[in-house]
Design a protein around this ligand. Sequence first.
Ligand code: SF4
Length: 764
Amino acid sequence: MSKTRPDADPQDDLRVTPPKTYAAGVPAVAHAMEYSLAQAGPKRTMLTLLSLNQAEGIDCPGCAWPDPKHRHKNEYCENGAKHVNDEATTRRVTREFFAEHSVAELDTKSDMWLNHQGRLTEPMVKRPGATHYEPISWDDALGLVADELNALASPDEAMFYTSGRLNNEAAFLLQLFSRAYGTNNLPDCSNMCHESSGSGLGETLGIGKGSVSLDDIHESDLVFVVGQNPGTNHPRMLSALEETKRNGGRVIAVNPLPEAGLIRFKNPQKPSGVIGRGTPIADVFVKIRPGGDLALFQMLNRLLLEAEDAAPGTVLDHDYIAAHTTGFEEFAAHTRAVTWEHVLEATGLTREEIEGVHREVLAAGKVIVCWAMGLTQHRHGVPTIRELVSFLLLRGNLGRPGAGVCPVRGHSNVQGDRTMGIWERVPDSFLDALGTEFSFEPPRHHGFDSVEGVRAMRDGRARVFVGVAGNFVRAMSDSDVTEAALRSCRLTVQISTKLNRSHTVCGETALILPTLGRSDRDVQATGEQFVTVEDSMSEVHQSRGRLDPASPDLLSEVAIITRLARRTLGEGGAIPWEDFEADYALVRDRIARVVPGFDDFNARVAVPGGFRLPNPVNEGRFPTPSGKAVFTCNDLDMIAAPPGHLVLQSLRSHDQWNTIPYAMNDRYRGIHDARRIVMVNPDDIAELGLADRDLVDIVSIWTDGSERRAEGFRVVAYPAARGSAASYYPETNVLVPLDSVAEVSNTPTSKGVIVRLERVAGSS
Ligand code: SF4
């Protein structure tokens, strides 16, 4: 049985107000400015915001939503402003800070406290047996890592984790270094979020990326937003949906919780968003049970087949199906056997609700399905993606304007990092090109993903962990197991901008290597550099820091990786690491020769706004083994909670960026001054014999009979789907066992946790 960390914040201050019925508007601007000014002061705030998401400015690190072609002067959302100024903060973590606070003491602090200490300023080391971090020179730090790497019995005892903040140039160099060193152990944050999307799309369409552009969203007749909360996680998506609505399109939101951004959007760029009522977003809100989406799309597919039976030649696109797909007959037979009984049980919806969605589909020509973690972090995340692809294929909704698939990614360059080869199972064609370009034979066996990486550290098969950006220990499931795994390493290295939990969970030796942020000016031997990123819609463009770096002792990620490569692999090989550090354009020249779609990279990315990578689906090509898109037969899988139990999903609060809460509030949901809360439908609260604000432990149960416990949560009555519960990440990661993963993709099942709520004895 597992317990939570000792950093639990007291929940006695909890205040609950009615959930908001709109997102953004004037309050969002006020909150963004308040946080930004408190962190960065007026001058740095002005510098960051004026260049945020501008053609030659800073790419917002907040999420991977693309920039519109015609940009405003203020092209950011509340969260983007907060994220960039959280990084641009004037607060500093110095050697005196580390002398004052032991690692053990820091480990008792909350995630929010750690983040609020400010930017890291110089390399620090915690030596074996030491209680504190102490300063270390860059030369000694990189020498220490190189010695440890070279002392391993096999390169596969090392792993190089990446979060999606890493830019394309650094990502390309990191995977090159890892493979030149000898391992494909390149786990990334994608393993924990959209891996199911990549797997499902790759199997059915031959490419694991979305197919739509912003123009497609604008001109679509019907956009599904499924398992996603754009108002908090991708706020500028609401501007795109507002445009859809303005053009006469409709929006269907499918989610266990009614979210403010899905109800109404008050665009602060427009007078109607400031003084008016704003734009209603979802025409239909489908309050589905967590994990019921597979069943919903299966029934929508059955209803489309039946509608075609009733009026042959009017519903399905037979020419498209014949020309571009395989597997239709088997799929149709399988789908006709789907029963209402099972679908209603899995979704928690009524037949009338599903038939209402079906009528919307029949009335629409061009359809897009957007989704996020609400679909992917389930045991059946990959079958769900396959099923929604079949849904779109039935009416030819892939590869034409206004239609297609849209997995909306969180980290700003998570898609680009994968394109650059940060992938433990990268195709042989990529390794062939890499090996030819740099005259070496890359390892061919697959490496560790994030889950397998934790298993390997836990079992002593991995001894050195290098994390480039991110906060691995808080991002991963099974927090206690992940922490123990990292503590068992010989060496843990964190390349970071700010202090986080991963710095307090140390291997025998631990290093903190501070790096430039997106907003920092990056000057190398040949002059000022820019980096590039790829957004959720495959647009590649520049990002150029504008601020003086937080400290003179920071190195860019490119510089850290190239110097580490030189120390580990030795000087004088076929890879010109030193030249790459001096001039990032040379890295882009090599990317152009290795990565498909990047021809003439330097010239094309010099154009303001950059360029869009080709997507074969939009050219009517499906690079699957058959050369066609694939209809699939997926067994209906539902999360069956026993009586007295709920299905819990973990989610972020509005005042949070990835693993880091910025405040104790979740403004849109009306939760204030507390994070250890669990949102439950009032009817379920009554049925469970509980009361609003009861103090409970959340206990997860698993098929192997094991239980995990997260202690001390306040119950909050919330209009969630019956049978469901919602609580914050990363506090509830502890409830998800390491081995509870999605089929095929190995993604932790953080959105489908069967739990019971145990009232804490003697609590009030
Ligand atoms: S939508 Fe995402 S990328 Fe755009 S400003 Fe907001 S957080 Fe940044």
